[in-house]
Design a protein around this ligand. Structure first.
Ligand code: PHE
Ligand code: ZN
Ligand code: ZN
Ligand code: ZN
Length: 281
């Protein structure tokens, strides 16, 4: 699997920050900052050969959008799908929540396009709208048949919290193990993700019978002293003290977590979707 470039991912985050700065300080669903974020991702994807679709839906009197991207080569089925919500709350620019997952997924997509691995699944990526309004975009997608043919859905929501934990979704043991084996190879202990159950875009897929997985670095919950002993950082402080706040800027990113989690995601795609993928590094 490729070692995704963390500086490329940081450059995408800087673009999301600039977009927020010029659109009233946020990238909330239905706003101009969201549309600019979507266009940034979509243009990068189309430039390297993805087929994209913008799916619109109405909610609370506004139009919202999901961005779906299909990689055109590889088998038609089954589908390995990855997703991240692209919207922020209105309070701030949403760089950790969820520029982090969104920028990582974009960089993964660009790596697939340049490396052209020998895929054994169809690869589809999604950037969801209206997650912050109640997981609306991903639910709309699943309710309209989007989970059909999807074997596995991997979700990335907050992968670079400034006081990070390394949490792995435990919904499907075989997927959990793919992530855990990767972190073990880096001597990083993990814990089961519990803070987010039912709180992000994997929920609709799980309810539709799709195998789901993902990683997460923590939101408003405080890091315990046992967790600080194993991961470093500050005991008694939130994993993300700027969660849903105006200070969720490019300064609110732990670059080590951003990097390790990006590489964990690339490893998972290679393990779950690429034939003859060599190893666990
Ligand atoms: N979905 C939450 C949000 O966007 C964040 C979250 C993700 C919280 C996963 C817990 C677990 O605000
Ligand atoms: Zn890396
Ligand atoms: Zn949020
Ligand atoms: Zn989120």
């Amino acid at each position: 699997a490729p070692d995704l470039s963390v500086s490329n991912i940081q450059a995408h985050l800087q673009q999301f920050q600039s977009i927020a700065n010029s659109n009233g300080g946020n990238r909330s669903s239905g706003s101009s900052g969201y549309t600019a974020s979507l266009n940034y991702v979509k243009n990068k994807l189309e430039a390297v050969g993805y087929t994209t679709q913008t799916q619109s839906f109405s909610y609370n009197g506004r139009t919202h959008y999901n961005l779906i991207a299909n990689w055109p080569s590889g088998p038609a089925s089954p589908t390995l799908m990855l997703g991240s919500h692209l919207d922020s709350v209105t309070a701030g620019p949403g760089i950790n929540d969820n520029g982090s997952g969104s920028a990582t997924l974009l960089e993964l997509a660009l790596n697939v396009a340049s490396l052209k691995p020998n895929l054994n699944k169809h690869l589809r990526l999604a950037w969801w709208g209206a997650e912050e309004l109640g997981l609306v975009g991903s639910r709309y997608y699943v309710q309209n048949g989007g989970a059909n043919g999807v074997d596995t859905y991997l979700n990335f929501d907050m992968t670079a919290s400034p006081n990070p934990g390394y949490f792995v979704y435990d919904d499907v043991p075989a997927i959990q193990k793919v992530f855990n084996d990767f972190y073990a190879s880096k001597n990083i202990p993990t814990e089961i993700e519990t803070e987010g159950d039912g709180r992000s875009d994997h929920t609709a897929f799980k309810n539709a019978g799709v195998k789901v997985g993902g990683v997460f670095t923590g939101a408003e919950t405080r890091k315990s002293s046992a967790q600080a002993a194993k991961w470093g950082g500050q005991a008694g402080q939130a994993f993300d003290r700027c969660y849903h706040s105006s200070c969720d800027t490019t300064s609110n990113i732990n670059v080590t977590a951003l990097d390790v989690n990006a590489d964990a995601i690339a490893n998972a795609v290679w393990k779950l979707g690429v034939s003859d993928a060599p190893s666990n590094d």
